[in-house]
Design a protein around this ligand. Structure first.
Ligand code: GDP
Length: 180
């Protein structure tokens, strides 16, 4: 595949799937109705800010995975960081947990490829919670409401900007060097 990859990572229920659907331009959500339900990794072609790319949702996990859960999330995060040009680290601004802190630590070495997405910023009151996310030390958080489509333009511009800066990818057909 020639398109750069944009991977969405984060603990369960922060809104990864909802954000995936929003960024993929889908009207109808394929978000599972049961929270924490198992989903395989979803991978889809999309275009963001004029840049064609592959959008990867690292998926959900079963609620009964217990102690295994965090290690499985870590594993998928590690894979995403290895294989993606841009990693969207999604947190739920209303509920920051120890798992988020752990993932942030793990993702720190890939900071130059990372965008911190503060999801569920549905209203002005929740905007007040956003500055707290600077404690992750992962740069400026991008406040969005994936469910209501708020803040998407800034995030999309940031994604496109990162892709141009990091890969020099201009979106021109045939511009890529490796073809398989
Ligand atoms: P995932 O497990 O990280 O993929 O999370 P999902 O996309 O399945 O979303 C988990 C829950 O959060 C669902 O009930 C969504 O409707 C809800 N959700 C997602 N985005 C938002 C948002 O922007 N605002 C609010 N209030 N809820 C959201």
């Amino acid at each position: 595949m020639d398109e750069p990859r944009v991977a969405i990572v984060g603990r369960p229920n922060v809104g990864k799937s909802t954000l995936f659907n929003r960024l993929a331009g889908r009207r109808k959500s394929i978000t599972a109705s049961t929270p924490g339900v198992t989903r395989d990794e979803v991978d889809e072609r999309a275009e963001i800010g004029g840049v064609p790319l592959r959008l990867v949702d690292t998926g959900g996990f079963t609620a009964d995975a217990g102690g295994e859960l965090i290690s499985r999330i870590r594993e998928r995060c590690r894979d995403a960081v290895r294989t993606a040009e841009v990693v969207l680290f999604v947190v739920d601004v209303t509920e920051i947990s120890g798992e988020d802190e752990e993932l942030a630590e793990m993702l720190r070495p890939a900071e130059d490829r990372l965008l911190l997405v503060a999801n569920k910023v549905d209203n002005e009151k929740r905007e007040l919670l956003v500055p707290d996310l600077y404690r992750f030390g992962l740069g400026d958080p991008y406040p969005v409401s994936a469910e209501h489509g708020i803040g998407m333009r800034d995030l999309e511009e940031a994604i496109a900007g990162r892709l141009s800066a990091l890969t020099g990818y201009a979106g021109a057909p045939g511009s890529s060097s490796s073809r398989r």
